[in-house]
Design a protein around this ligand. Structure first.
Ligand SMILES: Nc1nc2c(ncn2[C@@H]2O[C@H](COP(=O)(O)OP(=O)(O)OP(=O)(O)O)[C@@H](O)[C@H]2O)c(=O)[nH]1
Ligand SMILES: [Mg+2]
Length: 85
């Protein structure tokens, strides 16, 4: 279902890289939210268990558009809301 992510990815790609944002990732159970989070944090895929509550991470660094696109191109849809920090 990666096709549905193209709009969200283009929104992220258009953001200035020097700004900081709070990003909330919402999705159905087992949609891959935690996978995306730790893909961005560690640049690798990690084994996950179902999350109780929520995960939060502070991610620093500049992510090339291609990396972000790849991280978001998972099979289940995610809804990502961006707000200024
Ligand atoms: N095939 C496939 N499996 C994926 C993908 N993304 C995540 N998974 C797997 O799906 C399972 C659930 O991934 P999670 O990242 O834990 O999903 P989640 O949305 O955080 O789940 P909850 O915390 O229960 O809401 C894990 O076994 C992942 O390895 C994907 O793009 N493709
Ligand atoms: Mg999770």
């Amino acid at each position: 279902m990666g096709n549905g992510l193209s709009d969200q990815t283009s929104i992220l790609s258009s953001l200035p890289s020097f700004q900081s944002f709070h990003i909330v990732i919402l999705g159905l159970d087992c949609a891959g939210k935690t996978t995306v989070l730790y893909r961005l944090q560690f640049n690798e895929f990690v084994n996950t268990v179902p999350t109780k509550g929520f995960n939060t991470e502070k991610i620093k660094g500049y992510y090339r558009n291609s990396l972000l696109s790849e991280a978001l191109s998972l099979e289940e849809p995610k809804i990502i809301y961006l707000t200024h920090s």
